[in-house]
Design a protein around this ligand. Structure first.
Ligand code: KIV
Ligand code: NA
Length: 266
């Protein structure tokens, strides 16, 4: 298999082929998505909420990101694995970002990193990319800033906010990002950003005009008790798992599992 590389994503944009991306946090799920042909697997800092049960993404540590990224990398043959730099690991300076990205890459094997923000992190992106580290940007609703935003709110509404987001996108491209995630902005603004950038945009809650789409996999597969409005539930894994554990529990209690076919003779 030919692994997906950053220049393939740029080629996909040029050819008008949409890029597929999902989060993954463990080996078994990563293997399934990789074998289906998902282009990019994101070890997102959504790990914090979705897997570790914390109230926001801010609480996850670099060590925890490394731990899960290593599992995803181990199971992935084709997809490009991108891992989030967590809150507190890159904002202070380009040197801090560099030290965190180097640890993430050396200790997990991830090929690319993602960080949140526009012009405020352009110097960080510049140092990483000039050092040979592929960087994905993330604009719009950036969850590490959710308390500053005052909650999970659509960003980029109104002409000034829209212009500011376009300026951030251009700054990221000039600093060398290979792609930009755009989260929870009006579809028309995501379309405008997609048109002005040469690098691909990957949307989440950003309408149909982006060069690719990303979802948290548990939202996509219906595992959570709730999914955001912008996510479509392509399966009912919650219902399937609920049914399975009910039958298992019932059969253990009734003594009908394990049967002879699950037991060993002498
Ligand atoms: O952490 C995450 O899951 C993300 C996306 C869904 C883009 O950053
Ligand atoms: Na994230």
């Amino acid at each position: 298999v030919h692994p997906v590389r950053t220049h393939h994503l740029r080629q996909a944009k040029e050819r008008g082929e949409r890029i597929t991306m999902l989060t993954a946090y463990d080996a078994m799920v990563a293997q399934i998505f990789d074998q289906v042909g998902t282009d990019v697997l994101l070890v997102g800092d959504s790990l914090s909420n979705v897997v570790l049960g914390r109230p926001d993404t801010l609480a996850v540590t670099l060590d925890e990101m490394i731990h899960h990224a290593r599992a995803v990398v181990a199971a992935t043959r084709r997809a490009l694995v991108v891992t989030d730099l967590p809150f507190g690991s890159y904002e202070a300076s380009p040197e801090q970002a560099m030290a965190s990205a180097v640890r993430l890459i050396k200790e997990s094997g991830t090929r690319a990193v993602k960080l949140e923000g526009g012009r405020r992190v352009a110097a960080q992106v510049e140092l990483l990319t000039s050092s040979g580290i592929p960087v994905m940007g993330h604009l719009g609703f950036t969850p590490q800033s959710e308390h500053a935003f005052g909650g999970k709110r659509v960003q980029g509404r109104g002409p000034e906010a829209a212009d500011a987001l376009c300026d951030d996108a251009m700054a990221l491209q000039e600093a060398g990002v290979f792609a930009v995630v755009i989260e929870m902005v009006p579809a028309s603004l995501a379309q405008r950003v997609t048109e002005i950038l040469d690098v691909p945009t990957i949307g989440i809650g950003a309408g149909p005009y982006c060069d690719g789409q990303v979802l948290v996999w548990q939202d996509m597969a219906g595992l959570g008790d709730w999914s955001p409005r912008f996510a479509k539930r392509y399966a009912d894994l919650r219902g399937a798992l609920d049914g399975a554990v009910r039958r298992y529990t019932d059969e253990v209690r009734r003594g009908t599992f394990p049967g002879p076919e699950h037991s060993f003779a002498e």
